[in-house]
Design a protein around this ligand. Structure first.
Ligand SMILES: Cc1cc2nc3c(=O)[nH]c(=O)nc-3n(C[C@H](O)[C@H](O)[C@H](O)COP(=O)(O)OP(=O)(O)OC[C@H]3O[C@@H](n4cnc5c(N)ncnc54)[C@H](O)[C@@H]3O)c2cc1C
Length: 419
């Protein structure tokens, strides 16, 4: 497997880029593995990578029903941040941030992590108080945060309507300077290549259609390419969690599947060099390296497995965008798409052993699983290898919903569309 370096780029440029090797193999499934990971999205691939890299477990198969990058890992708006209030959340996402900061180097793959900052706008004095509290909590837990005045916001993002007559006047904002964006599909490809070169089999176009059992114990999977046995079977299928877990007989989970849309505008000259979020509704926006504005808002709000949304949310998102940036009213939309979100009931994830013997579960990522990709795989790999959670995911249990110890970051209760 070729190393990527300036020299190899140059050599391949001179030979017409004809000699690049595939970034990962296309193996046939073996009859048995130590670990099977169902789902070749960002979380499944990073789990496989860290199992091999951190725990020396490389007799692993990642089973993906489609091709790498076609799920949410390739559909998100690429925002990476750790600007959370609750200690369980900041600690986990800050661990992820640290992994992001070294990820291109670790994988020898440019994931284009760009620490351009994430700015949350505040529209009322009480929201500023709330942001001051969140910023303090972040700093206490090792993350970075800066409270900005209206004037500082105006200087940082010149296109914003900061006038007093704006529909939602801006009074300031909370900035996390180390937050930013990354190239989402490069993250999938980088983890895939890193796992493959350590011996992991990535098996694409292979759908898990059932589980093999010995009594209660899960002993492998039934797939469209035959049965595959494993000592340990891990599930990381994001929006398809309910469906896949039902194949194992688990038909009640605190997860709902919802569609979330994303939008890209036509290319513009450099317009905004940070990520901005609207505080009186739900809108987040950044500008890609190609110049398109990349943005999104709320989930559509009904349960579905369809990867496309509807017009009310399109209208909602566009109106919030124009309220924030009136100068964008005539910019044309280039494309939009949807992805299926695994919305948990408190807005926080689940990374756990079980719920059946021989099984491990990773889900509940809501809108925010892209930024978690490195830490989720890191913590899930630890949980699978050691049969117990690491301290950073010890709170992300499944039974917290039964025991009433929710990690309800927003204090919105069990209403997915509010998280
Ligand atoms: C529009 C949109 C915008 C988003 N924006 C952000 C953002 O800005 N920041 C952020 O942090 N997060 C964001 N997210 C959320 C983030 O993308 C997800 O939480 C995260 O990608 C989910 O984990 P994953 O990458 O493993 O999922 P996926 O890539 O969906 O991986 C799951 C995989 O499981 C496979 N699978 C399903 N069923 C089976 C089966 N039976 N057999 C085999 N394989 C199966 C699927 O094909 C899929 O490839 C966004 C999501 C969307 C849709």
């Amino acid at each position: 497997m070729a190393e990527y370096s300036a020299l190899s780029l140059l050599r391949n440029a001179f030979s017409g880029n004809r000699d690049w090797k595939p970034a990962w193999r296309k193996p046939d499934p073996k009859p048995a593995y130590d670990v099977i990971i169902v789902g070749g999205g960002g979380h499944g691939l990073s789990t496989a990578y860290y199992l091999a890299a951190e725990h020396g477990i490389s007799n692993v198969a990642v089973i993906e029903r489609g091709w790498l990058g076609q799920g949410n890992i390739g559909r998100n708006t690429t925002i990476v941040r750790s600007n959370y209030l609750l200690p369980e959340s900041v600690r986990f996402y800050e661990h992820s941030m640290k992994l992001w900061e070294n990820l291109s180097h670790e994988l020898n793959y440019n994931v284009m992590f760009s620490q351009r900052g994430v700015l949350n706008l505040a529209h009322t004095p009480s929201q500023m108080d709330d942001y001051a509290r969140r910023g303090n909590a972040m700093r206490l837990n090792g993350a970075d945060a800066e409270l900005l005045s209206r004037e500082e916001v105006a200087r940082k993002v010149p296109g914003l309507d900061v006038s007093a007559s704006a529909r939602f006047p801006i009074v300031g904002g909370l900035l996390q300077p180390r937050a930013g964006t990354a190239r989402h599909d490069a993250v999938a490809w980088g983890f895939a290549r890193g796992a493959d070169r350590r011996g992991v089999d990535i098996i694409e176009n292979c759908e898990v259609t059932g589980f093999l059992r010995d009594g209660d114990r899960i002993t492998g999977v039934r797939t469209t390419r035959g049965e595959i046995r494993a000592r340990k079977t891990a599930v990381a299928v994001a929006g398809m969690t309910g469906h896949v877990m039902k194949l194992a007989g688990i038909d009640k989970l605190p997860i709902e599947s919802h569609v979330l849309q994303a939008f890209v505008s036509e290319s513009l000259k450099p317009f905004v060099d940070t990520v901005v979020t609207f505080g009186s509704g739900h809108l987040y926006m950044s500008q890609s390296d190609k110049g398109g504005l990349v943005f999104g808002g709320d989930i559509d709000g009904y349960n579905t497995y369809a990867q496309r949304g509807n017009l009310p949310i399109v209208e909602d998102v566009m109106s919030e965008m124009v309220a924030m940036f009136p100068g964008l009213a005539r910019v044309r939309l280039l494309r939009s798409w949807g992805g299926i979100m695994d919305m948990s009931m408190d807005g926080s994830p689940i990374i756990t052993t079980g719920p059946l013997p021989g099984m491990y579960l990773n889900c509940g990522w809501c809108y925010g699983g892209f930024k978690a990709t490195p830490a989720s795989g890191w913590a899930f790999a630890y949980t699978i290898a050691r049969d117990q959670p690491h301290a950073i995911n010890a709170a992300y249990t499944l039974d917290r919903f039964k025991r009433g110890i929710l990690i309800d970051e927003k204090g919105q209760g069990s209403t997915p569309r509010l998280h």
